[in-house]
Design a protein around this ligand. Structure first.
Ligand SMILES: *Cc1c(COP(=O)(O)O)cnc(C)c1O
Length: 363
């Protein structure tokens, strides 16, 4: 880290990327594999670029063991565009059930209202989204086309540790802030989507993993061509110019993940990092975690001192010690440390050391 004078960046997104990946991108910046040009400058129809996007897909399929009957799409428009694309493409009966566990799930729920009868079947809004509700026996609509969750709640720091019982309905999951943080059984989902700027790459790329039978042709005639999964699936994500450079960086991150041993190794590393911070929070007299223990995320960890002025002071002093972007979301207040894949354990140790020192000086 010292080599480049980098900080420990706890941002919720866009977020920290592996130094090795940035170095590789730097080394290949001006002349990618003897093409005499940068990946940014090359035709997305060229053979070289075709290899880049195909290899990215192959590596992602390896990492997540994605079955053959699922398509992988590299799209644009942010995770937020999926809040529209999911209902537009998946509503057939016109009904879907949403579990609202945070701002992002709520936004998705509100957006979907435009396209059908959308039910809120569970929520944790009563306690500022600080927990995941029991979803083992929900009142799932008999004609629901899908059940929707936001699997890791970036703002509130909660995560589904058990998937909801959808009673046979297809599960749709917004995995933006936990994508590739651990192994996932893709067969349990109808559709997974993730904005990559949290845990995987630069903003501008959107990954959708969709079971093939959910890719429909018979969509309403008003549906824009670009908003049909079918358009992108039929053209291997090259219907129009894809976010080409971003996909290249994602590909480098996939290779980095494979090199460290894949997602089960990544999960162990992530759990260890989160444990260091949670152990400290559970024993601190000054700092407190804001979520229910059984719902804790290992990616996003919100915490407070209970005193707004002290929170401010902490954020400021941490920042002068190269521990940056620790300000919590305005609806929770306090602090939030995002511990994505690329955050080294050393960064978490430094953060906890600093918190200990701050606690001593301020109590
Ligand atoms: C950041 C985030 C979004 C929104 O992503 P955009 O790419 O900015 O649209 C949606 N869902 C979750 C879980 C997020 O963390």
């Amino acid at each position: 880290m010292e080599k480049y004078n980098r900080v420990y960046n706890f941002s919720a997104g866009p977020a920290v990327l592996p130094v090795e990946v940035l170095e590789k991108a730097r080394d290949e910046m001006l002349n990618y594999q003897n093409t005499g040009m940068s990946v940014m400058e090359m035709s997305h129809r060229s053979k070289v670029y075709d290899n880049i996007i195909k290899e990215a897909e192959t590596d992602l399929r390896d990492l997540l063991s994605i079955p053959q009957n699922y398509k992988v799409l590299f799209l644009q428009g942010g995770a937020s565009l999926q809040f529209s694309m999911v209902p537009i493409n998946l509503l057939k009966n016109g009904t879907a059930d949403y579990i609202v566990t945070g701002q992002w799930a709520k936004k998705a729920y509100q957006e979907a209202q435009k396209y059908g009868k959308i039910n809120k079947v569970a929520t944790s809004e009563d306690k500022t989204f600080s927990y995941i509700p029991d979803c083992s026996n929900l009142d799932i609509s008999p004609d629901a086309d899908y059940v929707y969750i936001c699997e890791n709640n970036t703002i509130y720091g909660t995560k589904f540790h058990q998937l909801p019982n959808t009673k046979g309905k297809d599960l749709v999951s917004d995995m933006s802030s936990c994508f590739l943080s651990e192994p996932v059984d893709v067969t349990k989902y109808g559709l997974i989507f993730a904005g990559v700027q949290k845990n995987v790459g630069p903003a501008g790329v959107q990954i959708v993993i969709i079971r093939e039978d959910l890719i429909r042709e018979d969509l309403p005639s008003w549906c824009p061509t670009m908003l049909k999964y079918k358009t992108h699936a039929d053209n291997d994500s090259l219907y129009n110019t894809p976010p080409a450079y971003g996909i290249y960086i994602c590909g480098l991150v996939f290779k980095w993940l494979k090199k460290i041993g894949g997602l089960s190794v990544m999960k162990e590393i992530n759990e260890k990092k989160a444990q260091i911070l949670y152990d400290f929070l559970d024993n601190s007299k000054l700092f407190k975690g804001t979520t229910e223990k059984s719902s804790r995320s290992i990616m996003n960890v919100p915490f407070v001192t209970g005193n707004e002025d002290l929170d401010k002071k902490f954020i400021q002093e941490a920042s002068s010690n190269s521990l940056v972007q620790l300000k919590g979301h305005r609806t929770v207040g306090g602090m939030r440390a995002s511990l994505y894949n690329a955050m080294p354990q050393e960064g978490v140790i430094k953060l906890v050391e600093f918190m200990k020192k701050f606690e001593q000086e301020n109590s």
